[in-house]
Structures are given as structure tokens and as C-alpha cells.
Design a protein around this ligand. Sequence first.
Ligand code: TRP
Length: 443
Amino acid sequence: MAANRGREHWGSGFGFLMAAIGSAVGLGNMWRFSYLTAENGGAAFVFLYILMLFLVGGPVLIAELAIGRGAARGPIQALGFYGGRRWKILGLVFVSAGFLIASYYSVIAGWTLRYGLEAIFVGFDPKPAQHFGEVSTGLDALAWHLVFMAGSLWIVNNGISSGIERTSIIVMPMLFVVVCALALYAATLPGSGPGYQYYLEPDFSGLFSRKVLSEAAGQAFFSLSLGMGAMLTYASYLDRTSNLPVQGGIIAFSDFAIAFVAGLVVFPLLFALNLSEDVTASTLGALFITLPKAFLELGIAGRIVGTLFFGALVVGALTSLISLLEVVVASLSDVFTLDRRQATLWTGGAAALLGTPAALNIAALDAMDQVATNVLLMGGGLALAIFTGWVMKEPELELIAGSKRYRILKVWVPLLRYVVPVILAFIMWGSVPKALKAVAALF
Ligand code: TRP
């Protein structure tokens, strides 16, 4: 069994949960989820998404938690520990994916920070589309990217319990309250009815098309921070008394709940202001154009609501970015025996640099996102399911420590062996060529 060689630790189970939920809840919940729902048939998509959470997201999440806690090391060493040296390569893929995502995620996070501060100090720009064009790429975007990256690194540098955990314990409950309050506010707007109808009344036609299925599974993956060892790394700071299936369930449920409530903000708001057409024509920038339009029309109330909304996004992005950075930092310190401070500096410097093309060219940002999510995360999840289902000897043993009577154990391994690989392979067959095309288009 792995000893916990003086490794850092979470201060409490609650702290771990807040940090893991913080990793899961981010731009994916408050923006990606809404626009995918809009694009793919409203409530019918929500239904399929829940199904994918159970069939694909849940099993992989629990696999990451089990491997991380069992090995008590970062992804590279943890996979080596259970699978032998060859599997360290998969760990390396994980770390590279984390590094790539951290680089461009920080650019988008920089936009949210800027919008949040503008909402407080100057108000929303009267020409939202033009404004977004000006601030989303170029030196401004670069500057905000660097600011956001520096802030996140500062937290990571403070360590697991006094950096990441302390931050998450403070901000995550605030985020939850703010999002719920915004949903209540949206309910008071006249004309919001059709928004609820659109969001909550299923239209099952075309539900089981390959595209919709693949978007639902992809979203389950991205939103739960799976496929690159983020949850694995966080679990490596747990002790063996924690109940992994229960904790996994709480993380997945909270992640879904926040995405769902965020939809209860976005749809009523947009329908009440007759902006519903804009949602479905969504791209990377939609959130930053359509919502400011709505906030602008709502006058002073819009300014308050907008500040809170972008504030929540900043918080979500921050706690997600620190989890991405932590994967790289933990691995560097494992592999090269660097101390946390040195590892953080190297990681941050390199990620700031790699984010630069994304800040200067939005097509580069889009291509990085596609490669990261459609190729690296999906591929990483597929490999991890195969690893846990077929290579690891008795993966259940790690789950049983801390949770004696779990029935869920019986379906867990078969899901990882058969269901997850089949669904993920089916999806990647369509999405990998698309991602490669986006990269090719850059040159
Ligand atoms: N889950 C986060 C979101 O919804 C993004 C994120 C953080 C992520 N860490 C990750 C995605 C690791 C994939 C892998 O915004």
C-alpha cells in the first residue's frame, strides 16, 4: 500500500469537497452548458446530459479519485505505481493536457475579470459586440490573462490546505448563493415565461442523434474536470478514511445543480429581453456579447446583476484554473523533486507564455480548446477507463477502504470496461477530425 510520505493534506473532508466542486464548476457550467442546451433541444438535452453523467462521468470520476488516493501521488507517478513504467506516458499526456487547458482557460478567465470590473466601475459598453471584439484579443487580452494567471499562481503557491482549500471554502458557498439569487431575480422579470418553457419542456425529436449524444458526453467530461488527472491529483491529498463513492456523488450532483441553476438565470433573462435568437447562434464569445446586452437594457438593476454574474464567473474560473495548475505543479514536484515554489514558478511562466498566442488570436484559442477537449480529454478518459477496468488489479479494493457496503461497486467496473470505452470511442470518431481541422486552419 502506498504510504503517504509526508505529503500535504486537505484540512477537512468539507475542504476537499469545496476544492473539487470548485474545479468542476467553472465556465463550463455557466456558459457552455447553457448554449449547448439551447443548441440541442432544450430540456431533452438536459435529460441526456444527466444520463451521460451516470454512465460516463460518474465511473471515470470515481476511477480518478480511487487512483489518486491510492497512490498518493500526482498523475505520472500514480499511473506508474499501479500500471508500471509504460503507463507513465498516459500521466504525461494528462499533465500536458492540463498545461494546455490552463494556458487558454486563463485568457477567457481574464475576459471575465475585466467584464466584472467594468461592470462595477464603468458599466457595460453600449456596443457589446464591438467591445468584445476589441478586448478579447490583443494586448488587452494578454494583460488580463497575465493578471489572472498571476493571481491563480499565488493561491497555488500557498499550498493545498492554506491556498487552494482556504480559497475554495470561502468562495464556493458564495458562488452558490449568488447563482441562486440571480435565478430568483430572473423569475421576477416580465416575459420570462417562454424562457422556462424552452429550457424545461422537452422536445425529444432528434434526441438520439450522434451529435447530441456526443455533446452531452463531452460536456459531462469537461464539466466534471475529467480526463487529465485534476480529480486524481486532488484525491491524492486525501486520507483513506474518506468515502469515495459518496464524495464522487456529491461532486457530480453539485456540478450539475450549479449548471442547472445557471440555466435558470440565462434562459429567462434572454427570453424576457427578446435576445433568444442570439443564444443558439452561439460561439466562444456569445456570453460576453448577449448577456451584456441584457444587462445594459436593465439599467441600474442590470449593473448589479451583471456584476454578480461576472463575479460568479470569475470565482468559477479561478477555482478551476488552480486545479489545472495544481496538476502540473504536483507532477513537477513529484518527478523533479522541486519544492512547491519552484514548481509553481516554472509552471506559471510556461503557461503564461503558451497562453500568449491564444490571447493574440481567437482562432488559436478555439483550436487549442478543440484539441484539448475533443482529443486529449476524451482520449485521456478512454485510456483511463481501460486502465482501471482492464489493467489495474482489483480497483474495487481502493473504494472499499472508507466505504464498506457499496453496491455501486458492482456496476462500476463493468461500466469502465465496456460502456465508457464504447461511448467515448464512438464520440471521438466524429470529434477528432473536427478538432484537427481547426488546427490545420490556423496555418
Ligand atoms: N470543469 C471546469 C469547467 O466546467 C473546467 C476544468 C477545470 C477542466 N479543470 C479541468 C476541464 C480539467 C477539463 C479538465 O469550467
